[in-house]
Design a protein around this ligand. Sequence first.
Ligand SMILES: Nc1ncnc2c1ncn2[C@@H]1O[C@H](COP(=O)(O)OP(=O)(O)OP(=O)(O)O)[C@@H](O)[C@H]1O
Ligand SMILES: [Mg+2]
Length: 309
Amino acid sequence: MTAAIKIEGLSKFFRVGFWGRRVQAITDLSFEVRRGDLFGFLGPNGAGKTTTIKALMGLIFPSGGQAWILGKKAGEVGVRSRVGYLPESPYFYEYLKGLEFLDFYGSLFQIPKKVRVKKAEELLKLVNLEGAADLHLRKYSKGMLQRIGLAQALINDPELVILDEPMTGLDPIGRREIRDVMVRLRNEGKTVFFSTHILSDVEMICDQVGIVNKGKLITTGKLGELLNPRIEYYEISFSRLNPAELEGLKPWVTNTFQDGNLVHVTVPAEEHKDGIISRVQKAGGTIHSVIPHRESLEEYFLRQLNRSG
Ligand SMILES: Nc1ncnc2c1ncn2[C@@H]1O[C@H](COP(=O)(O)OP(=O)(O)OP(=O)(O)O)[C@@H](O)[C@H]1O
Ligand SMILES: [Mg+2]
């Protein structure tokens, strides 16, 4: 089966200002998104995420390279009806009420009235806006607008959903609601592609991620494989160790912290872990926990960005 999204050597530059200075937004970008995946497109501000998404949606014309969605050339007529799209800054018709707004989008896809009203009601429920069906959009909060924007992207029951920063402007509960909806869509068999600069959103839910910086792809892959599996340090907790023995551990631990009866030590080197455990036990201490600490996505991301300058 063809990929849900395929991008090959995609480049885009803009001309800005009186002298037509060239701004390279994306450079030779290539990657694929498999069908059924929840894919996080991650990068800091100005990395080229929106430009890539606009090229995918056929809203801008690339300067070089090609993009396909659902096996068709990006921008080709006919494919749009199979894709749901939430732009970065969607425009809302403020005089419409929630349900009317979704109904209007449904009519753009020529969905029969009865079907689309039912679908609109379903979607309002999905994004937790049932109570706001009759409220004008101008009275919606930012989070509510973001959620109805997501519902709008789903009105045509798309196979592929492309969301540009769907969690922007949301509080933690709002972010979780959007995350839950994305996971649900993926579980229903849809492909979900979304951009973000917030790592924790990606860390929790994505099957695959692509990281971009300054218009270039830094890496793509499964999060578990991208993350350096190297354990940075161990935190060992124990009790009932006499002070002299505890003092004897000092050369191998960087941090000692006492919490009631429990002592926590940080062991930076893998090869010292077993030695410390057996030393504590031999001296009559009780081990309570040994916790490995791995590099987080946040740390990984910063390291990758530093490496790419
Ligand atoms: N229409 C345009 N004209 C000129 N430059 C543009 C245009 N659109 C984007 N750019 C430039 O291209 C680069 C990439 O922008 P883009 O909006 O794709 O980044 P982004 O990753 O979506 O950032 P953000 O996280 O802030 O949304 C930026 O340097 C931006 O200034
Ligand atoms: Mg953007």
